[in-house]
Structure formats: structure tokens, C-alpha cells
Design a binder for this molecule. Structure first.
Ligand code: PEP
Ligand code: MG
Length: 878
């Protein structure tokens, strides 16, 4: 039996999303529900994949099914393809399983040619409209199918306007468009050496092919990568009867959301343009009117639209993004889909819908992308600081951002790579700017509405964005923008506030966001269902307090080396490292002791009543010393200077010798971690003493302390055994001297493969395991964590040698297998062995879900990722 590649809208339904794509499935569902949807049919995503498998050819079998569906469409509409009296005109649109706004291609008005255009003119009694449609079709077809840059077409229109002395497209007459059409055809012939096809069947076949090909255009590929949409899904193609929003003053087209996609407020939200076609709204060329204005233009249509919006929202139980067209006073729904929304809106809508009884809590938790919670923690403007507001546009995506102005997506990408913060400023944003949007802190456009593509994309990424800021005039050529008398050039600093639409001259301080009650509500629900505990990685009291505020249930990793790196302590640390004798070293350590003790006290206080996992010193010692090359240059200069203090010179020379002695070929595999503690036990002894003195002082102040002492980089049980003895000995001594008892545990990081493999043995000496998946990834793959990303890892991911960057998303098959093994082996020795993760993966959604599956007790991540981790842990259960 031959496969079914084509479905009439009335044959499909919402369940067939994978096959029909989101748009196709929704059109089918709406058709079934009796909504006013123009008829049509969908070519499946499987047909797209078959197209690629067949070397990018449209098979006869597929095309036979397309022609059959087209016959049916003709029968349903009473119109005929290519017939000059009753011409059937269609739109051809992409539609993948996941919405990818504007990333793929669309062709409207297909079926027009030199004959049918006249038919359309007669039929509508409006030749201007008919020729306008025809030129739009040639323009789109020329661009999308035949590859002629749309710029050439725009130039022809511009010239025609100049000849006629008018400034708007709408001022051009039918005769003007007839001339433009001839020039368009010539332009296509010149650029492609092909004739614009007159045969509608040929037009359709070519259009289908172009839409399939657009699945793999560059911007679609980038979008899929950012949103983790698999490449193998393919796109469906929807072929639908054209309805015309540009048929006159009682026609129009627009887009609306059933709730406000920025704030989540329950209100119809959107915009429309009278006498226009869809692309006019979406492309952001003309600035549309707010949807509420439609009520004034056409009260009846507005009411019908409102009712349909409500019905659709109830039906899909989610906020909808609806495209509509009014043709001569009749309303058509062209598309509905779950609307993209900001993090803030997602959280608010989910809570509201639970309250309205539309969805349950579980559904609400699953509706929120954990990354979105992270976005909500982003900064906003400090309103106490005077700021020079220079313009106001549409608040397209909330959050504030400051940076240097750049006018080009490539420049934005380049400068951001150099470590600069940039604001991408464009007249209008197009999907081609996506890499610039990705690189920028925020986006500002002078034209376009809230539903322009880049606004949608920015919201999805949680970037601040202002659209349609018409007061600013941008000169791309000179790379400058003017507002009134003020001129700002590339590189000048501005601040944008995507929540209010304000554009501000210069840099404005940003402050931390406050969390909405809905944000807390969602996280409370998450806490009710999750099994994994969530801790934070923090090395100072401020971070610890922040983490606790965001819901951390303890510290999973306190990296004590960060305390050593504080500038005022570095000289003491250096003396400690450079000491020739044990006594000398101990003297430096004695100076460090009270400082470390205060550090720990601050953290214990912030974490009163919660466990605090402190890791003893881990990095190679030379990290605390000056750079050898720089030091050598400095010495050379001193030697040439008669005034040089000879003692100081000698000290520097000794220092250089020591630095060189400590240098290693592979420092990450060298003298670090517990290897340091074993060779220099006095360092670890000082740290343990500081921990216990701090714990005891805190205890005496009524603070409940729960220290966990962690030994890094253990690969052999004997290493841990030795270090555990050291900890117990110092702890015992301090407790005896002070007469106080502190309950504590000693455990190890599992961050080299041997530790995971021999976990059963290691567990004999450990009260807990914490998987250091940064190092475990480094040592399992044999990739240097400091070099791999810049050198080859990007290419590995781009070329799909690896599915993901393993330093971001846990490699479950390799590194993850070792984690699983470590847990299982360790629990053979101690069934209740506490296990956690403290590598960066502890704050990444998919990795967290893996941690849940392998039965870890907790994840630990940076403070700001704690909410994300709480939600991910809940989703892992659901
Ligand atoms: C790790 O290796 O995963 C870890 C948490 O330790 P660090 O990143 O400090 O090496
Ligand atoms: Mg490590």
C-alpha cells in the first residue's frame, strides 16, 4: 500500500501533530471544530524526510496525491487552478512540529499568472488589488523559489514611486503595478536566466520544493540549535485557499494572543492592519494598530473574533497565538498555536489557568520551561538613578540591558565574542539577524510591532527588546542613530528597558528583580512533587544568602580556593607556598587561619540549620603565583635599573625559581586535589581547624551547623583514608580543646573515572559522594576543560560528532554511566550513602533529570539556577 503523504484539513486532527506539523494539525482541528478556516490540505513531515532521502526530489507518488487533493480543493471552493474566470489561489506555508516563527519560507497568492490576474481583477472589480497581489506573488516566488534577493524587487518599487512622486506603496495604481510586474519578470530573467513560470502547477511544485528546502536554511538550523529542536523532524507544507486582507477598506489582517504574552495579563492582545496581507504585519514594515481598535472599525467582526479566541483557548487549554484575515467583512482564522511568551507571562498564565480550573498543577509545572525561571531572575533598571530617557518604543520583551550600540548582526556577534556587551539596533529585525540577537544583551528596532519575528525570538530567549521605536532614525551606512538633535554612534553606550520600552542614553545601574507571587507559587508546587534536593555552589555569605532566598537547601560545594584568591590574602598564600621549611609554611598558615575561620562563619550563619559542604583546597598551587613570563620581564627591567632594591630583586628571583619549579605540563592532571593535602598536610589541617573553630563559635551563638568536609580528586581509596584520618584527628583535637561536639561527615568528590569504578571500596571511607562532573567529563573524555571549547568542541557539536557540549549537558552514556556506576557501587557498601552532583550539570535541566533517574539525593548549582533546578527536579518526577 502506498503511504499517505497528503491530508485534507478535514482528515486530520490535533493528535497528528508529528505528521502534520503544528500548523497543519491545528488547521485540521479547527476545521473539525467548525471554525471559519479557509479549506486546504497538508503535505506531511514524512514527505519532507522522504524528499531529502530521495536526493531532494518530489516523487511522482507524492505529486499524484498533491494533485488529487488540489482537485478536491477545487471541488470544495468552486474555483479552478489556472482558470481565468474563477481562479483558485493558494498560500503555501511551512509548518514544523515545533513552531519556528519566520525561520522557514512562505509563498502567498500562488496560482496567479498573466491570465488569472485579469480574472481576479474582474471578479473583485478591483484591478489595483489584483495586480498588487500578482506583484507580491512574483516578489515572494522570485525571492524564495528562484533565489533573487528581495532587495532587487524593493528597488524597482522604490524607483516606480520616485517616478510617480509618491511615498507609499498604497499610492501606486494598477498601471504602476503592471509596469512593476514587467520589471520584476525581467529582473528574475536577468538574475536567474529563467522565466518566471506561468503554469500554476509548475509554480506549486516549485513552491513545495522550496518550502522543504527551507527546513535546512541557515536561520532555521540556528533556531533549531538554540531551541534544541531535532533536525530530523522535517517540515510539513500547508496549501490553503487564499483569503484576502488587502481587498479594500473592509478587509484586513492581524495577529492576536488570547492573553498578554509579555505580562500574562488576561486580555486580548495583538495588532492588525486594515487593507493588508499577512506579511505586512509580521514583517514589521508598516506599524500596525492595537487589536482593540478593531472594535471601532468592525464591531461585529471584533465580537466574533473575541468569541473564537475564547473558544480556542478553552479547547487547547493554553494561551493561543491566532492569525486572522478579514476578507470583505468576513472573518477567517488562518492559524492558531500555543503562543510564545516571556517567562513572567508563562508563570502567571500557568497559575491563572490552575485557578480557572483549565489545567491542574502538574500540567502547570510542565508548561514552564525551567530556563524561563532563570530569565526571571535577570536585572532591571534602578529607578532611583536619574536616567536620560531619549525615546520610547514598544516594550517587546522585558528585562533591562546596557551595552554598546551595534547596527549589524555580524558586528554584534564579533564584538560579543571579544567580551563586549552590545545592544543590537536595527530599523527592523528579520530572521536573518538571529545570530546577532543571540550575541546581544538586548535589541532595539525603530519599526515593527510586538509580533515582529525578532520580538518573538527575543522573548523566547529572555532578552530585553524594544520594537517600533519610531523616534529614532537609523543610518546604517554611517553607523549612527539620531533622536531629535542627539546623535549616537556605533560603540556609544545605551540602556534599554524592555519592560517599559524606554531607551536611555548611557549606562544605567541595574538591580536584582523581585520575585512575583506566581513565581513562588510554581516553585512551591515543584517542591511538593520533587524528590531530588537542591543545593547551591557558593563560597561566600552573600551568595549563600542569595541561594537560600531562591530555595537552596544547603551548600553542595564551597570551593575554598576562592577564599585564597582574595587580593589581600594572595601575599600570605604566596608566602605559604614559597616557604622553604614546614615552620615557615605553618607561620603563613597561622595567618590564614583566622581569615578562613571568618569565611566559614559567614557561610554557616547564612545556612543556619542546613548542611554546608566544604571542599578542601583543590587547584594546583601555581594558580596562586604570578605568571612566570611576566615575572621574568619584570626582573630583567629591575636588573637594568641602578636604583633597584637588591633585596627585592633577590626575592623576585627566588620567586621566579619557585614558580618555575611548580610549573607543570598538565596542571589539571598534576599536583592538585587531595594530592596537595597528602604532600602538604598542614594546608588541609589549617582548613579543617578553621572549619571546626568556626562551627564551634557559631554553635555557641545558637546557630545550627552541619559541616560536610569534602576531599577532592580522589582516585584511590588510600588517598581518602589518609585524608579522612587527618580530618578526624584535627576535628578531634579542636573538639577536645574546646569541649564542644560538632556532628560532621567526611566524604569525597567522584571526579576521576577510577573513583567511580572503585566506588564500592571508596565508600568504606566516605560518608557521602559528590560527583564533580566538570572534572569527570574532562577525565572521561580526555578533553581539557579549559581548552576544548575554544579549540574543537564547537566544531564537534556543529558537525554532530557529539550531540551536545558535554561540559554543559551531561553525557549520559559515558560520563553518566560512570555516575550511575559510582552510585550503585557505593551503595553496595553503604546502602544509605548520600550522593549529589556539584559540577555545572547540576544546574542544567536534562542533566538534572538524569540525576533523578540514577537516584542521586541532591543536585547543587549556582545560586541563580536554584529555581530552575527545583522545577527540573519536579518535572523529572511528572
Ligand atoms: C567538578 O569538577 O565538577 C567540580 C565541581 O569541581 P571544580 O569545577 O571546582 O573542579
Ligand atoms: Mg573538580
Amino acid at each position: 500500500m502506498t503511504e499517505k503523504w497528503v491530508y485534507l484539513f478535514r482528515e486530520g486532527n490535533a493528535e497528528l501533530r508529528t505528521l502534520l506539523g503544528g500548523k497543519g494539525a491545528n488547521l485540521a482541528e479547527m476545521t473539525r471544530a467548525g471554525l471559519p478556516v479557509p479549506p486546504g490540505f497538508t503535505i506531511t513531515t514524512e514527505a519532507c524526510n522522504a524528499f531529502y532521502e530521495a536526493n531532494q526530489t518530489l516523487t511522482d507518488e507524492l505529486m499524484e496525491q498533491v494533485w488529487a487533493a488540489l482537485k478536491q480543493l477545487e471541488a470544495d471552493t468552486g474555483k479552478t487552478f489556472g482558470n481565468p474566470i474563477q481562479p483558485l489561489l493558494v498560500s503555501v506555508r511551512s509548518g514544523s512540529v515545533y513552531s519556528m516563527p519566520g525561520m522557514m519560507d512562505t509563498i502567498l497568492n500562488l496560482g496567479l499568472n498573466d491570465d488569472t490576474v485579469e480574472g481576479l481583477a474582474k471578479l473583485t472589480g478591483n484591478p489595483r488589488f489584483a495586480y498588487d497581489c500578482y506583484r507580491r506573488f512574483i516578489q515572494m516566488f522570485g525571492d524564495v523559489v528562484m533565489g533573487v534577493d528581495h532587495y532587487h524587487f524593493e528597488r524597482i518599487i522604490q524607483k516606480q514611486k520616485e517616478i510617480r512622486g509618491v511615498s507609499l506603496d498604497t499610492e501606486l495604481t494598477a498601471e504602476d503595478w503592471i509596469q512593476v510586474i514587467q520589471q520584476f519578470k525581467d529582473c528574475i530573467a536577468t538574475h536567474t536566466r529563467e522565466i518566471f513560470p506561468q503554469d500554476p502547477y509548475e509554480q506549486l511544485k516549485k513552491a513545495i520544493r522550496a518550502v522543504f528546502l527551507s527546513w535546512n536554511n541557515q536561520r532555521a538550523q540556528i533556531y533549531r540549535k538554540i531551541h534544541q529542536i531535532p533536525d530530523h523532524l522535517g517540515t510539513a507544507v500547508n496549501i490553503q485557499l487564499m483569503v484576502f486582507g488587502n481587498m479594500g477598506e473592509n478587509s484586513g489582517t492581524g495577529v492576536a494572543f488570547t492573553r498578554n504574552p509579555s505580562t500574562g495579563e488576561k486580555e486580548l492582545y495583538g495588532e492588525f492592519l486594515m487593507n493588508a496581507q499577512g506579511e505586512d504585519v509580521v514583517a514589521g514594515v508598516r506599524t500596525p494598530e492595537p487589536i482593540a481598535e478593531l472594535k471601532k472599525h468592525m464591531p461585529k467582526v471584533y465580537q466574533e473574533f473575541q468569541e473564537i479566541c475564547q473558544r480556542l483557548e478553552q479547547h487547547y487549554r493554553d494561551m493561543q497565538d491566532i492569525e486572522f484575515t478579514i476578507e470583505s467583512g468576513k472573518l477567517y482564522i488562518l492559524q492558531t498555536r500555543s503562543g510564545k511568551r516571556t517567562a513572567q507571562a508563562a508563570v502567571k498564565i500557568a497559575c491563572q489557568m490552575v485557578e480557572e480550573g483549565l489545567i491542574d498543577r502538574k500540567e502547570a509545572l510542565l508548561r514552564i520551561e525551567p530556563e524561563q525561571l532563570d530569565q526571571m531572575l535577570h536585572p532591571r533598571l534602578d529607578t532611583n538613578v536619574e536616567s536620560n530617557v531619549i525615546a520610547k518604543g514598544l516594550p517587546a520583551s522585558p528585562g533591562a540591558a546596557s551595552g554598546q550600540i551595534v547596527f549589524d548582526a555580524d558586528d554584534a556577534e564579533y564584538l560579543a565574542k571579544q567580551g563586549n556587551k552590545v545592544i543590537l539596533v536595527r530599523p527592523e529585525t528579520t530572521p536573518e539577524d538571529i545570530h546577532g540577537i543571540l550575541a546581544a544583551q538586548g535589541i532595539l528596532t525603530s519599526r515593527g510591532g510586538m509580533t515582529s519575528h525578532a520580538a518573538v525570538v527575543a522573548r523566547g530567549m529572555g532578552k530585553a527588546c524594544i520594537c517600533g521605536c519610531e523616534q529614532i532614525k537609523i543610518d546604517l551606512h554611517k553607523k549612527e542613530m539620531t533622536v531629535g538633535t542627539l546623535t549616537l554612534k556605533e560603540g556609544d553606550l545605551i540602556t534599554i528597558d524592555g519592560s517599559t520600552g524606554q531607551v536611555i542614553d548611557g549606562e544605567v545601574p541595574l538591580i536584582e528583580p523581585t520575585l512575583s507571587s506566581e513565581f513562588r507559587q510554581i516553585l512551591d508546587w515543584a517542591d511538593e512533587v520533587r524528590r531530588l534536593r537542591v543545593r547551591a555552589n557558593a563560597d561566600n555569605p552573600e551568595d549563600a544568602a542569595k541561594a537560600r532566598e531562591l530555595g537552596a537547601e544547603g551548600i553542595g560545594l564551597c570551593r575554598t580556593e576562592h577564599m585564597f584568591m582574595e587580593p589581600s590574602r594572595v601575599p600570605i598564600v604566596q608566602t605559604m607556598i614559597l616557604a622553604e621549611t614546614r615552620e615557615e609554611r605553618e607561620e603563613a598558615l597561622r595567618q590564614l587561619l583566622p581569615l578562613q575561620k571568618e569565611d566559614f562563619k559567614g557561610i554557616f550563619k547564612a545556612m543556619d540549620g542546613l548542611p554546608v559542604n566544604i571542599r578542601l583546597l583543590d587547584p594546583p598551587l601555581h594558580e596562586f603565583l604570578p605568571n612566570a613570563e611576566e615575572l621574568a620581564v619584570e626582573i630583567a627591567k629591575m636588573q637594568m635599573d641602578d636604583q633597584t632594591d637588591q633585596m627585592e630583586l633577590k626575592r623576585k628571583q627566588a620567586l621566579l625559581k619557585k614558580v618555575r619549579n611548580l610549573q607543570e605540563f598538565n596542571p589539571m592532571l598534576g599536583h592538585r586535589g587531595c594530592r596537595l593535602g597528602i604532600i602538604h598536610p598542614e594546608i588541609y589541617a589549617m582548613q579543617v581547624e578553621a572549619i571546626f573553630l568556626a562551627a564551634i563559635e557559631c554553635k555557641r551563638e545558637g546557630i545550627r551547623v552541619e559541616p560536610e568536609i569534602m576531599i577532592p580528586l580522589v582516585g584511590h581509596v588510600n588517598e581518602l583514608k589518609l585524608m579522612r584520618e587527618l580530618v578526624d584527628e584535627v576535628a578531634g583535637r579542636i573538639q577536645e580543646e574546646t569541649g564542644e561536639k560538632i556532628a560532621y561527615t567526611v566524604g569525597t568528590m567522584i571526579e576521576v573515572p577510577r573513583a567511580a569504578i572503585t566506588a564500592q571500596e571508596i565508600a568504606n571511607e566516605a560518608d557521602f559522594f559528590s560527583f564533580g562532573t566538570n572534572d569527570l567529563t574532562q577525565t572521561t573524555f580526555g578533553y581539557s576543560r579549559d581548552d576544548a571549547e575554544g579549540k574543537f568542541l564547537h566544531a564537534y557539536v556543529d558537525n554532530k560528532i557529539l550531540p551536545d557540549n558535554p561540559f554543559i549537558t551531561l553525557d549520559t552514556e559515558g560520563v553518566g554511566a560512570l555516575v550511575r556506576m559510582g552510585v550503585e557501587e557505593g551503595r553496595k557498601t553503604k546502602p544509605k550513602l548520600k550522593t549529589g552532583i556539584c559540577g555545572e550539570h547540576g544546574g542544567e535541566k536534562r542533566s538534572i533529570q538524569f540525576c533523578h533517574r540514577v537516584g542521586l539525593d541532591y543536585v547543587s548549582c549556582s545560586p541563580y539556577r536554584v529555581p530552575l533546578a527545583r522545577l527540573s527536579a519536579a518535572q523529572a518526577v511528572l
